[in-house]
Design a protein around this ligand. Structure first.
Ligand SMILES: [Zn+2]
Length: 326
């Protein structure tokens, strides 16, 4: 009798384990906007709340011979930055890899070393979930996850698409230096207006005008100020800017991709922010804002870092440069 009730409890906890694993996975896909294939994901938790979801390529963990504690340290820094108390690991694989159990063990003991408790770890292979509570006699549990859009698909959607590219001749010319300030003021308001109404379609003439305007650093910064100060619906603006990327060549892509990255970051979607900032750096390897944003993302800095920096300035200072009187 005693034994039966113990078995029942064990099975119930296994069932709820699998259910939690499924929910976590669907949550991840929902927040990333894609299925994170071949990824190791760490959810950092503080006081019962997820404070950061971190995605890494799983290859970094399973490729090197004999993963050691020091190999994984860099991946644990964000958890420490966020003062995480607990963590959950999710590993999404295309094929079964016997080394993942060792990976979980090494990452888990690294966490323990940093006083972070690994509360759960599960592995997703294709459409199947293996939870930490699964025994050898478990039938595969179906993941019930939408794997329709993969990370690779999303990456392609952020790249230039030759079939959709806007002809270089369509883009307006920059004004002469003497009328630059007046142009900036007009174009900043134009972009602000169009992004405030994000969600509706943009005409080709609007897209090219917006792109050239955002290519100007001062106009771009005034729009980033608006973005930080709640002028826009950030979800709509992140999608709008990202949707422009396939239409833009390398000459025009960097500033739009960087602004999209900032917007995703502010939305808490570091995964999309990374895809966009990679596009920006590919387009223009020396684009300083992109490099700064990428570094911030690599160190998993919270968006509040960005908000505080930009709010050191007023919108006018962004638009005119710092020579404006305070
Ligand atoms: Zn099981």
């Amino acid at each position: 009798m005693h034994q039966i009730s113990f078995m029942t409890i064990l099975m119930q906890s296994h069932d709820s384990n699998v259910k939690a694993a499924r929910e976590t996975l669907n949550d991840l896909v929902g927040s990333f906007g894609f299925y994170p294939e071949n990824s190791l994901i760490i959810r950092w938790i503080k006081r019962g709340k997820v404070v950061l979801t971190q995605r890494c390529d799983v290859a970094a963990f399973v490729s090197p011979e004999g993963l050691s504690q020091s190999d994984v340290e860099i991946y644990l820094e964000p958890g420490q930055t966020y003062f995480a108390e607990e963590a959950v690991i999710v590993i999404c694989l295309d094929n079964v890899n016997p080394r993942v159990h060792e990976v979980i063990e090494v990452v888990g003991s690294g966490m323990a070393h940093a006083n972070i408790t690994l509360v759960d770890a599960f592995i997703v292979v294709g459409q199947h979930i293996i939870s930490s509570g699964c025994g050898g006699d478990c039938q595969p549990h179906v993941a019930l996850t939408d794997t329709g859009v993969s990370r690779l698909d999303r990456e392609k959607q952020c790249a230039s698409n030759p079939a959709l590219l806007i002809d270089a001749n369509e883009f307006p010319q920059l004004p002469k230096p003497e009328s630059l300030n007046a142009w900036r003021a007009t174009e900043s308001l134009f972009v602000q207006d169009r992004l405030s109404r994000a969600g509706g379609p943009l005409a080709l003439g609007e897209i090219v005008r917006l792109t050239v305007a955002m290519g100007d650093i001062r106009v771009r910064d005034s729009i980033l100020w608006d973005m930080a100060n709640g002028v826009f619906d950030r979800r709509l603006v992140a999608s709008l800017l990202t949707d422009l990327l396939p239409k833009l060549d390398a000459k025009h892509g960097a500033s739009i991709a960087t602004c999209a990255a900032v917007c995703w970051w502010l939305n808490g979607n570091g995964a999309m922010a990374n895809l966009c900032v990679n596009r920006a750096v590919n387009d223009l390897p020396g684009y300083s804002l992109a490099i700064m944003v990428r570094t911030a993302l690599e160190h998993a800095l919270p968006p509040s870092f960005w908000l505080e920096s930009i709010n050191e300035l007023t919108r006018d200072q962004c638009l005119s440069g710092l020579e404006v009187a305070p």
